[in-house]
Design a protein around this ligand. Structure first.
Ligand code: GLP
Length: 236
């Protein structure tokens, strides 16, 4: 695991954006795994800025988001689909047909999970996946206790995760379930970048750094992967 620390979230975002853009320059048909949350917003802003100067940045890129809330339609402002439109998709030349998110309102959510896995496989698998880190160590919506070989599936959100995302759902209607890529799915990505910034993450960083691999701490699964880069701020 390759660790990089940054004095500020801005410095982290600069670096993350450069990693993403240089991966696209190296492979214009890159298959990206993409996160949501507060942490990657700065990275997306920089990528958008840079791509407005470059010709056809995302033209042949394929993206798969890590997760989506169950029961939340794509047009809901707090959906991850709306987040991706707002922060990235609306501003770059990514073909909408190549931008994938799980459909949280599919009539059969289990079938939707299988379909999503099949789509990733058909695209040739994930090339580079960016992840955020939950305070309890979750990656995507893989909460503590998730088996490391889990595939894309419907999960129950923990009270702490629902609390952390509550401000996005005024009125207290925080979803109780989500669809998430599994840890097994994520670990098949050829390279992974974990972004860690934001309040209340010190403990999670210390636990990850300890190197102890344990299913009670989902991000520790990343130690089983050979090509992981961690970008973390030093101040939380
Ligand atoms: C959410 C997302 C995760 C994200 C995490 C951290 O629950 N499902 O993919 O990484 O929370 O979010 P933030 O970056 O806002 O701290």
């Amino acid at each position: 695991m390759n660790w990089n620390t940054f004095p500020t979230a801005d410095a982290l975002s600069d670096h993350a954006a450069q990693l993403l853009l240089s991966a696209i320059r190296e492979d214009p048909r890159l298959v990206l795994g993409l996160p949501t949350g507060r942490t990657p917003i700065g990275m997306y802003q920089r990528v958008v800025r840079e791509c407005s100067r470059e010709y056809h940045c995302f033209r042949d890129v394929v993206t798969f988001n890590l997760d989506e809330y169950a029961g939340v339609p794509p047009e809901h402002p707090a959906s991850y689909s709306a987040y991706m439109q707002q922060h990235l998709f609306d501003h770059v030349d990514l073909d909408p047909a190549n931008a994938h998110l799980p459909n949280g309102v599919a009539p059969d959510l289990d079938a939707e999970c299988l379909r999503y896995e099949a789509e990733i496989r058909e695209a040739g698998g994930l090339g580079l996946t960016f992840l955020g880190l939950g305070r309890n160590g979750h990656i995507g919506f893989n909460e503590p206790g998730t088996p490391f070989d889990a595939r894309t599936r419907v999960v129950e959100l923990t009270p702490s995760t629902r609390h952390a995302n509550a401000d996005l759902f005024p009125g207290g209607n925080v979803p109780t379930r989500a669809i998430t890529m599994g840890i097994g799915t994520i670990l098949e990505s050829r390279a992974i970048v974990l972004l860690v910034a934001g309040e209340g993450k010190q403990e999670a960083v210390a636990r990850l750094r300890s190197g102890i691999i344990d299913e009670t701490f989902p991000a520790s699964a990343l130690w089983k992967h050979e090509t992981v880069t961690v970008l973390a701020t030093t101040a939380f």
